[in-house]
Ligand binder design. Structure first.
Ligand code: HSE
Length: 304
């Protein structure tokens, strides 16, 4: 039996919602799982369309680790399995490529095993492997999501009604930034006033989405919990944010997840000027980039 699952890219945090908010984009990774017929053939992992040496092809691969946890959940261990990973999502750019393959692998393995786990179990395994729920949740369910994790590992999430005309411009630089490096610069503790700042803004953010309130969104998309510390890892981020502060149509400009990509939320009316501001700022410091504007992906992971 062979199962293929396509899973979208995601942008986590969206400014104030560190480790909580995320949304899905119409860019995909595809995972194909195949039970190999030959006994003793073991685990084979192929990464198609990506020759990066940084992606493990053995049992250290995160897709394998996620699948192994699902097998363990039903008291088994994967024995003979071929895993093909086709990567359409740029790696180490803050677009949730790891969350995408974790979720895709779990859904495909669950299908192969005859659906022993429900979505709650799969989401909690995905969160355990990823370490936070903000990418895996929208990768799984699509749209814009808010998610939290209990001490038991169980994840509660809700999908918010993202306004159809709010666009996401992804500015992807030509350098990588690993999430663990980007998390290593964060402090263990933050000042109370900064925690309050983000708490207030994340409440405003949710209200802005529900009421499609652009002015409120402009106020809500700022952050003091992670971006100030990560600024030094992404050359040009500060000047791009400053350059877009008063640009018509821009509702917010944030680091995409742990970076280094930048995500700009807008009402879609001024995309050319947004692109030009980003390009000019990055060109000035010799950073090449790909810039693309998307509408949100609302369906999430699916079998194809
Ligand atoms: N919330 C996570 C972070 C997303 O900012 O580190 C990383 O994928």
């Amino acid at each position: 039996m062979k199962v293929t699952v396509e899973t979208p890219a995601t942008v986590a945090n969206l400014g104030c919602g560190f480790d909580c908010f995320g949304l899905a984009l119409p860019v995909y990774n595809t995972i194909t799982l195949e039970e190999t017929i030959m006994p003793g053939s073991g685990i084979e992992i192929n990464i198609l369309d990506n020759d990066s040496d940084n992606i493990p092809r053995d049992k250290n691969n995160i897709v394998y680790k996620a699948i192994e946890l699902l097998y363990n959940y039903i008291g088994q261990t994967p024995a003979e399995l071929k895993i093909n990973i086709k990567t359409g999502i740029p790696v180490a750019r803050g677009m949730g490529s790891s969350a995408s393959v974790i979720v895709g692998g779990l859904i495909a393995a669950n299908e192969l095993l005859g659906h022993p786990a429900d979505n709650d179990v799969l989401l909690s395994i995905a969160t355990e492997i990823e370490g936070h729920p903000d990418n895996v949740t929208p990768a799984f369910f699509g749209g814009m999501t808010i998610a939290e994790v209990e001490d038991t590992g169980s994840v509660t999430y809700r999908k918010l009604p993202w306004p159809k005309n709010w666009k996401i411009t992804m500015c992807i630089p030509d350098f990588e930034l690993a999430t663990d490096i980007s998390r290593s610069v964060l402090p263990d503790n933050v000042p109370m006033k900064d925690a309050i700042y983000n708490l207030r803004r994340s409440a405003m953010f949710v209200e802005a989405v529900y009421t499609q309130d652009e002015d409120l969104m402009k106020l809500a998309m700022t952050d003091r919990l992670h971006q100030p510390y990560r600024m030094k890892l992404v050359p040009g981020l500060n000047s791009i944010m400053e350059g877009l502060k008063h640009t018509e149509g821009v509702l917010g400009c944030t680091l995409a997840g742990a970076g280094p990509s930048i995500a700009i939320i807008s009402n879609g009316k001024n995309i050319d000027e947004i692109n030009e501001i980003v390009e000019t700022n990055w060109n000035n410091i010799n950073v090449n980039s790909i810039i693309h504007t998307y509408t949100i992906e609302d369906k999430g992971a699916r079998k194809i």
